[in-house]
Design a protein around this ligand. Structure first.
Ligand code: URA
Length: 266
């Protein structure tokens, strides 16, 4: 019963997948810290000589670039989608890469002119290494099929390329580290139109705090570094939200029509 209760507790805390054969005790004592020499003790006797003037502090060690700055530098150096994928696969600045099973880079046709950006992979995407293959992805496929689009007619990726454990929301610092890669991804694809799915991708790509319910359904301009002109972007409700809120499908259908119209105008 104790083992069952412990298992249930793990599920409640969001650990819904075994990532390794053996458990890792993250509370185990950390490796011994390097020995730091003790400062010589000051002699407090009244006859002691006055203390020598303090030596100048040694210059601080050169600070390592912060992960987000490093992400920006690495992403900026990528000249192709293959470079970007390889750079993400080698990047160790986001802790999500250590718990995910696979990097989820993108799917579909990068030459189609239409690019969709979701939030982050779930369990099925993590297993397959492809975005939007689980329940919300299948629902999105059906929505797009209703306006005549399949994955040869669009390219799809996520703001976060690794699954957050237990499908929790990514933290602000995880978003900040992953965003330079996404922005470079958009700059390399050079889409004619962007569709931003859900609050997180809308706010991150557009750099706004305005919520999705106010943004959805209206074309706005996304200013992406490396592109000479802004990209028309359509914020939409996330398909996972639509699966939980059937009443919102009416608005999503209006957004699909707006997308179809814009593509026809092109
Ligand atoms: N939700 C997302 O935002 N992206 C996926 O790839 C799957 C579900």
């Amino acid at each position: 019963m104790d083992a069952l209760a412990a298992l249930r507790l793990q599920l409640e805390w969001g650990a819904d997948e075994a990532l390794g054969e053996l458990p890792v005790d993250r509370f185990a004592a950390p490796a011994a810290r390097p020995h730091i020499a003790e400062a010589p003790r000051r002699d407090s006797s009244p006859s002691a000589a006055p203390p020598a003037p303090k030596p100048a502090a040694p210059p601080p060690p050169a600070a390592l670039p912060m992960p987000a700055q490093r992400a920006r530098d690495i992403a900026a150096g990528c000249k192709s989608l293959a470079d970007l994928r390889a750079a993400l696969a080698a990047f160790d600045g986001c802790p999500l890469s250590t718990t995910a099973t696979n990097l989820v880079f993108a799917d579909g046709n990068p030459a189609s002119g239409l690019m969709l950006v979701g939030e982050g992979p779930g369990a099925e995407e993590d297993r397959a290494g492809l975005p939007f293959v689980g329940a919300s992805g299948q629902f999105l496929d059906r929505m797009l099929a209703s306006i005549g689009l399949d994955r040869s007619a669009y390219y799809i990726t996520n703001l976060i390329p690794w699954r957050p454990p237990g499908n929790r929301n990514p933290t602000d610092s995880e978003i900040v580290v992953c965003l330079p890669f996404l922005l470079r991804h958009i700059a390399l694809v050079r889409p004619k139109r962007l569709v931003l799915l859900g609050n997180m991708s809308v706010q991150s790509v557009l750099g706004t705090k305005t919520g999705i319910t106010r943004m959805r359904g209206r074309w706005v301009e996304a200013h992406i570094e490396g592109l000479t002109a802004p990209v028309p972007a359509l914020p939409m409700l996330h398909p996972a939200y639509l699966l939980r809120n059937h009443g919102a499908k009416r608005e999503a259908w209006a957004d699909m029509i707006a997308l179809r119209r814009a593509l026809d105008e092109n």
